[in-house]
Design a binder for this molecule. Structure first.
Ligand SMILES: Nc1nc2c(c(=O)[nH]1)N[C@H]1C(S)=C(S)[C@@H](COP(=O)(O)O)O[C@H]1N2
Ligand SMILES: [Mo]
Length: 496
């Protein structure tokens, strides 16, 4: 065999890659568990999934929401397992940052050192050769190596495919699922066939990675575990037993990191949320926060049945108000403002002509729908109450008492969400009182709900009746910036 002279940087990259890819796979499976169905179309219409990874069936006689569809997977396959979407997201985002850094360094070094020649084929004749190799493998024989190279044709093509196509494909289809990217560049999502198509393709990319890993491990084993590991660890074949020992040592180390990440996430999710959240936050605010929504989907793309998340207020006061078309409802706006006041629905309707926006809704769980929302841009209301200079956030309080309204919810107390005041400037941040041309239906947040189109769905509080301008949210709820942040450990800022 021609020497596989792996330089030190390449050997280090290889093992870091193993760490990050396995973290990405397990945390990705956790994210999948929260909505274990795959669709091609952006309405995520029940029954139209092309793949499902759950046996649950949904009731047809009562309102269920998409959280009822969530699955609990084992920690063996998911990081951390057991319905912990918040944790899965933190690990996925931190790992992808690490993976991209490692990947960029890898590309740069590959081209700087000429090592790329190992992987990029220079002649089309490699394609028929690769095919012959596949047939040879399938008949349990070993194909010849390429002249003067350490790989056979199919190996070379596969590595080129994984390094230069599959890895970028996963990053690009991942980015296509960020609500901020989708809001700012709707054409980019369409490039992948839509939000659900991007999610499905991202999943197929995962399968491709898993197949690659299995075949790769099998081949290494088949060729010589000791020799190849010696080359990938020390850069030369020396003492095979020592190399085999070290390879298992490295694998044990990676497994230990997985176990530690899993145990940490299950035992103290709050500290994971704080530590990993702080790392991801920088990248999120720097790269994605500037992306403001510019969506204008055509009427014909509107989903026939917009999906629902959250159970409506289950109390007499709300129901009586609903019967009277919310004539008695008031929006209370106060806190750090010059002009605290109450608004009726008619006040909001009368402040200016309603603004329409037809947009893609992204739920943190992975489903989407397209709806047309109409209402008052939040910035108009902000201008009317005149925030004081130290106001930094708006806290949206709702009429929903989660413990009362949804006994299966993973927390109790009033549902609320805190928004950075700066997001109120975005033209498509809206206080919506209409949906698809009708007054807002109860399940979608009647009489008033928030729309912040470059964020994930859970920020868009429904059934709002109070807005408080504040300079600090650490004393509200459990202090994390929202009910879901408090109870299921999501990030407060969710451009992804
Ligand atoms: N008050 C309240 N608002 C809420 C929720 C909730 O549970 N309670 N769920 C959020 C989530 S997770 C999503 S995805 C959207 C769903 O909006 P929709 O039901 O109109 O599709 O509402 C958000 N607003
Ligand atoms: Mo959601």
């Amino acid at each position: 065999m021609t020497e596989l002279d792996f330089p030190a940087w390449l050997r280090i990259e290889h093992w870091l890659n193993v760490l990050f890819i396995t973290l990405l796979i397990r945390s990705g499976i956790e994210i999948l568990a929260s909505y274990p169905k795959l669709f091609w179309r952006d309405d995520s219409k029940p029954g139209e999934e092309w793949a499902r990874f759950t046996r649950k069936t949904m009731p047809t006689d009562k309102l269920y929401d998409t959280l009822d569809e969530e699955e609990s997977y084992s920690s063996i396959i998911a990081l951390p397992g057991h319905k912990k979407l918040g944790m899965g997201r933190h690990w996925h985002f931190v790992s992808v940052m690490g993976w991209i850094l490692v990947g960029v360094a890898y590309y740069v070094l590959l081209f700087a050192t000429g090592q790329w020649r190992r992987y990029i084929p220079m002649s089309w004749s490699i394609v028929p050769e690769a095919w012959t190799d596949v047939v040879t493998y399938l008949s349990f024989n070993l194909p010849p190596l390429l002249p003067g190279e350490p790989l056979d044709a199919i190996q070379k093509l596969t590595y080129a495919g994984v390094i230069f196509l599959l890895a970028p494909f996963q990053i690009l289809t991942g980015a296509a699922q960020s609500p901020a990217v989708e809001a700012r560049f709707p054409w980019y999502v369409q490039l992948w066939g839509g939000r659900q198509s991007a999610r499905s393709l991202h999943f197929l990319g995962l399968l491709a990675f898993i197949v690659f890993i299995i075949v790769h491990l099998f081949m290494v084993f088949f060729w010589s575990w000791g020799q190849l590991n010696a080359l990938m660890i020390f850069g030369h074949v020396h003492n095979l037993n020592w190399a085999i020992g070290c390879s298992f040592g490295i694998i044990a180390g990676i497994v230990a990191i997985h176990v530690a990440a899993t145990v940490w996430s299950l035992r103290s999710p709050r500290s994971v949320q704080k530590v990993l959240g702080a790392i991801v936050r920088q990248a999120r605010l720097g790269l994605l926060r500037p992306m403001t929504s510019r969506q204008d989907y055509s009427n014909r793309t509107i989903s026939g049945e917009h999906r629902v998340n959250g159970k409506p207020p289950d109390c007499t006061a709300y129901k009586v108000m609903a019967v009277h078309n919310f004539a008695d409802w008031r929006l209370d706006v106060g806190g750090l403002v010059e002009n605290p006041r109450q608004f009726t629905l008619d006040d909001l309707r009368g402040m200016r002509e309603k603004q329409d926006q037809t947009v893609l809704h992204n739920c943190v769980q992975g489903w989407s729908s397209i709806g047309k929302w109409s209402g008052l841009p939040l910035r108009d209301l902000v201008a009317a109450v005149r925030p004081l200079p130290d106001a930094k956030y708006i806290c949206f309080l709702t009429m929903q008492e989660t413990g009362r309204d949804d006994p299966s919810a993973e927390g109790v107390g009033q549902f609320y969400e805190v928004l950075d005041l700066s997001l109120a400037d975005d033209p498509q941040t809206l206080l919506a009182y209409e949906m698809n041309g009708d007054p807002l239906p109860i399940k979608h947040g009647a009489p008033l709900r928030l729309r912040v189109e470059n964020q994930v769905g859970f920020k868009m509080a429904k059934w709002i009746d109070r807005m408080e301008f504040i300079d600090d949210y650490s004393a509200i709820g459990k202090g994390m910036g929202g009910w879901r942040e408090d109870n299921v450990f999501y990030d407060k800022d969710v451009e992804v």
